[in-house]
Design a protein around this ligand. Structure first.
Ligand SMILES: Nc1ncnc2c1ncn2[C@@H]1O[C@H](COP(=O)(O)OP(=O)(O)OP(=O)(O)O)[C@@H](O)[C@H]1O
Length: 579
């Protein structure tokens, strides 16, 4: 996969000045660490030999210098630790906001395929690891590069032969690292996919906890969860095996280096080519040179994790929303509510059959339409095409004579209010949920909408009235109450077109008639399409459209269709028998 280097680095841009000063501090801190062994060498090689009466004085001076250097070094490191992490957290925030904003643009087609838990994993875990790379990556590279090069130069200066012997081990280390990095990268990517699967499983099971319990399927859910949990374990086991090979392989090479230095260094002392002070200094600097190699393994893990996190971030960012505004889309304040389907064909996926075929229909402004037909005929699909939740495969849909594709999406959707069959409410108060229809509405306007939707009374009977919390997805409310809140929310939005997908779940007669009244209030002066499952809502309709898998087979008023004795009459008598 091509790696977008430019895009990767672009996230540093807002914090460039701060980040450069962090890197400068990292440079100062790591350069200063190189001075300490040199001072030790000076003490052991020059101060503690010869005249010992003046030595103590010199050692005090060097000690003082070491203290000053330590203070500077630790102040620089403090800045790197604190501000470095802060920059990382800021970048993570930016990436997360960008990803979330992009997800908001993606269409229904995307969400039909993706699992929510998987997406949550991308937006949380993956970005956390990426931020680690963003702030630690360059800073670590600078820190360890300075130590490595600095130690190398000093070691060459102390004893070139011994230094070259040490460096002979490095190609081995390089090849070894390359091989295991590849395996590690694959493993880390798989780990991320597995934890995303766990998230998706948890999201599924916990969101549907009521269904789980009603079917007493807790054991089945535990089994499904454990399957994903075990897959994650196996994936991690594989990664840890690669890591263990890698870490211990590197460790072995490092020990070989130390042993070589001790043996060759001691031989050099015996041969009078090296003194003890230089061997001690050499061993101290070997530590500085080895540390970056040791950290290389950690850094490469961090690098791989961050890069795979970024790749997963880009996978979503690269998805273009398939429903977008045209560059010259029309902005309108209000539509009159005229809808026309012209030879509309629609299928959800290329390889699936058409749900709607060559459908044409004209709905006039302010008309009250009932859409009836057998389950799966395409009633919901028909309604989803009007606000462009999906684009038609062929033909066109016109609103006020304009193709919906030419209308600005905000304009279009602001003019359409939808009361869904499965009402979705957000956790929060009743007030907040109704105000979702129009965030700038005053409390009085919210109350007015609730009154029209027949919701005011039940709201006021709750302990905290409009400030009552409704629980996640409105669990503390009945089906009818949720529908009335949803109607109030659309009333406050005040759109010209209303789509009401009637709940199939049985509301009792009383709440059904209250919802019906609310719907009447909602439909006043607006084009209304009701996906009807109940005869009571159908009777009021100015026109009933009967939709089957063959398309629109009948349309007319209730009485006209009964006289006709076709599909509608059969549907009607069937329901009538059941009532
Ligand atoms: N997101 C989707 N992806 C693929 N196929 C879909 C999708 N949504 C619906 N379908 C299919 O499209 C067809 C029409 O579905 P639709 O929900 O529009 O029917 P409906 O008439 O509203 O049914 P009901 O009365 O049961 O709500 C069905 O065969 C359904 O399986």
């Amino acid at each position: 996969m091509h790696f977008p280097v430019k895009k990767f680095f672009s996230y540093y841009k807002p914090y460039l000045k701060l980040y450069v000063s962090i890197l400068a501090c990292a440079l100062i801190g790591s350069s200063l660490t190189l001075v300490f062994p040199l001072l030790v060498r000076y003490i052991t090689k020059d101060v503690l030999v010869g005249n010992l009466s003046t030595a103590l004085n010199k050692v005090f001076w060097i000690g003082g210098l070491m203290l000053i250097l330590a203070i500077i070094q630790n102040t620089a490191n403090f800045f790197v630790d604190y501000k470095g992490h802060e920059v990382g957290a800021r970048m993570e925030r930016d990436l997360r906001s960008e990803l979330f904003a992009h997800m908001q643009k993606l269409s229904f087609r995307f969400y039909d395929k993706e699992r929510t838990g998987q997406l949550m994993s991308r937006i949380t875990n993956d970005l956390l690891l990426l931020s680690e790379l963003y702030h630690h990556g360059p800073e670590d590279y600078i820190k360890y590069l300075v130590r490595f090069i600095g130690a190398f130069v000093i070691l060459i200066f102390i004893n070139p032969l011994l230094t070259i012997a040490v460096f002979c081990f490095l190609p081995v280390l390089g090849v070894f690292s390359l091989y295991f990095n590849k395996r590690l990268n694959k493993g880390l990517r798989r780990n991320k996919e597995r934890i995303a699967d766990i998230n998706a499983q948890v999201e599924d099971s916990l969101s549907g906890i009521r269904v789980v319990k009603s079917f007493t399927n807790e054991q089945e859910e535990i089994r499904k969860f454990n399957r994903e949990n075990n897959r994650f374990l196996h994936s991690r086991k594989d990664t840890y095996r690669s890591e263990a090979y890698y870490f211990n392989g590197v460790e072995t090479v490092i020990q070989l280096i130390t042993i070589t230095v001790i043996v060759l260094g001691s031989a050099s002392i015996v041969n009078h080519n090296l003194d003890l002070a230089d061997l001690i200094t050499f061993l101290l600097y070997i530590g500085y040179m080895i540390e970056p190699i040791q950290k290389l393994t950690h850094m490469s893990t961090q690098f791989q994790e961050g890069i795979t996190g970024f790749q997963r971030f880009m996978e979503i960012m690269n998805l273009k929303p398939d429903i977008e505004n045209k560059p010259n889309a029309m902005f309108l304040d209000k539509l009159s509510g005229e809808i026309e389907f012209r030879n509309v064909c629609f299928r959800y996926e290329e390889h699936l059959n058409d749900v709607l075929q060559n459908m044409s229909i004209h709905i006039y402004p302010g008309e009250y339409i009932a859409l009836v037909g057998p389950s799966g005929a395409g009633k919901t699909t028909f309604c989803s095409l009007i606000p462009r939740f999906y684009d038609v495969t062929d033909g066109e849909i016109l609103l006020d004579g304009m193709n919906v594709r030419d209308i600005d999406l905000q304009t279009l959707r602001k003019n359409i209010g939808i009361v869904q069959q499965d009402v979705y409410l957000f956790s929060g108060s009743i007030l907040e949920n109704i105000r979702y229809g129009n965030p700038s509405a005053s409390d009085n306007e919210v109350i007015e909408a609730a009154k029209h939707a027949n919701a005011h009374e039940f709201i006021m009977s709750m302990p905290n009235g409009y400030h009552s919390e409704i629980g996640q997805r409105g669990v503390k409310l009945s089906g009818g109450q949720k529908q009335r809140l949803s109607i109030a929310r659309v009333l406050l939005k005040n759109p010209q077109i209303v789509i009401f997908d009637e709940a199939t779940s049985a509301l009792d007669n009383e709440s059904e008639s209250i919802v019906k009244e609310s719907l009447e209030a909602l439909s006043k002066g607006r084009t209304t399409i009701v996906i009807a499952h109940r005869l009571s809502t159908i009777r009021n309709a100015q026109r009933i459209i009967v939709l089957t898998k063959k398309g629109i087979v009948e349309q007319g008023t209730h009485d006209e269709l009964l006289i006709k004795g076709g599909v509608y009459a059969r549907l009607y008598s069937k329901q009538f028998e059941l009532v």
